[in-house]
Ligand binder design. Structure first.
Ligand code: APR
Ligand code: ZN
Ligand code: ZN
Length: 368
């Protein structure tokens, strides 16, 4: 029997169940004893319907833990290995993986869409019924089963709490800056939304050598954090139009690269508008499924030669990028400890959802 936080339906608080049965891992799977899980906005997006979820489901996708059991056919891992979970398992052999775009791995699509593992089925039951697992993982539980291609080995002396954060917020945010946008030295960057993911876009931009980094948020506490993470200027979006403020700061030209890291139609529009001619607007936040990008084709795009680019999982090659991020942390360039606003128990996960919505925290991290 294992404990997990379960979403039973739209807008329902998560139920803490302690009767969860976790099967042995099937072929090419690993059983993980979870050490830590971050609470990311995408978890909340499943609860409030921004993202679709099959229920009942164990939420959580930003996690790290220790391998407890190894399924048939798995190579390269041993019981006791410490791992970060990649919520896009990257098979390494499909069309996308072999072209350096493992973040689009076609073998992980079914898992993300169905709430199961790679074959669409799940390994957990509670109260006699199967539980789905968010993003081929389900990290809001003491134990989970993941595809082996969704595990990235990390050194045993690395703090698993920080490892968990690497699994989504850091890979996504820093990756958006370093991989998706390929920011050039001296670029002027704007980041709209400075939560757990946006702060990592900011530090990714700093690491890439951006000149100016303009942080935009509505919460003063987030703008203060943004400065610690590398922002050179801040804009409070609650005080006046953020687009005109960014335009003023960039000599009315706009930013070379602007990131949307919230997932709102309004801020997506803002980010596209504040991108300069020839610049890139990078859309990182996950919007409602019916949100649209509406821009005039000629005046907004052709004449402007703007690039609007989606960003999925920071365009990360997880086996390459997780060790790289750990090295950046060890050399003092990447901040991780500062992302942990609160350390909580699994039972407090609903409070963590509340704290995220009031903008109080960058990340609450569940420690098991
Ligand atoms: N203008 C500016 N900032 C805003 C606005 C707005 N209209 N609305 C919200 N914000 C800020 C919040 O104050 C908060 O700091 O956006 C930030 C969002 O941060 P989090 O809630 O911590 O979300 P995060 O986990 O960073 O995820 C951001 O990326 O992975 C996706 O699904 C995730 O879409 C979500 C996005
Ligand atoms: Zn996430
Ligand atoms: Zn693949």
């Amino acid at each position: 029997m294992s404990k997990a936080a379960v979403l039973t339906g739209l807008m329902q608080p998560l139920e803490i169940r302690d009767d969860v049965e976790v099967e042995a891992p099937h072929a090419n799977e690993l059983k993980i004893r979870m050490a830590a899980s971050g609470v990311c906005h995408s978890d909340l997006s499943m609860q409030n319907g921004t993202m679709m979820a099959a229920t009942p489901i164990v939420l959580g996708h930003e996690g790290a833990g220790v391998i407890e059991e190894i399924g048939p056919g798995v190579t390269g891992f041993e019981v006791g290995d410490h791992i970060v979970i990649s919520w896009v398992p990257q098979c390494g052999t499909c069309f996308f993986c072999t072209r350096g775009q493992g973040y689009l791995c076609e073998n992980s699509n079914a898992a993300l869409a169905t709430g199961g593992l790679l074959d669409g089925t799940t390994r957990m039951t509670s109260n006699g019924a199967p539980l789905f697992q968010m993003a081929a993982s389900g990290t809001f539980g003491e134990t989970t089963i993941i595809p082996a291609s969704g595990a990235v080995k990390i050194p045993k002396d690395f703090d698993l709490k920080l490892g968990a954060l690497i699994g989504c917020g850091v890979l996504t945010g820093a990756g958006a800056a370093l991989n998706t946008a390929r920011i050039a030295k001296g670029d002027t960057v704007a980041v709209v939304g400075c939560g757990g993911v946006g702060l990592n876009v900011i530090q990714g931009a700093r690491i890439a050598g951006a000149g100016e980094i303009i942080a935009v948020d509505m919460a003063e506490t987030k703008l203060q954090m943004a400065k610690e993470f590398g922002a050179t200027a801040t804009v409070n979006a609650g005080q006046g139009d953020p687009v005109s403020q960014v335009m003023t700061m960039t000599g009315e030209r706009g930013a070379d690269v602007a990131f949307e890291v919230i997932g709102l139609q309004q801020t997506i529009d803002q980010v596209i508008t504040m991108t300069r001619r020839g610049g890139q607007a990078i859309l990182v936040g996950v919007p409602k499924m019916d949100a649209m990008v509406n821009i005039p084709a000629f005046f907004g795009l052709v004449l402007q030669e703007k690039t609007i680019k989606g960003c999925w999982y920071g365009s990360s090659n997880v086996q390459r990028d997780v060790p790289r991020l750990i090295e950046l942390y060890k050399s003092g360039q990447l901040k991780l400890d500062e992302l942990v606003s609160r350390t909580i128990k699994l039972d407090q996960v609903n409070e963590a959802f509340d704290a995220m919505q009031t903008g109080e925290v960058a990340r609450s991290v569940i420690v098991y």
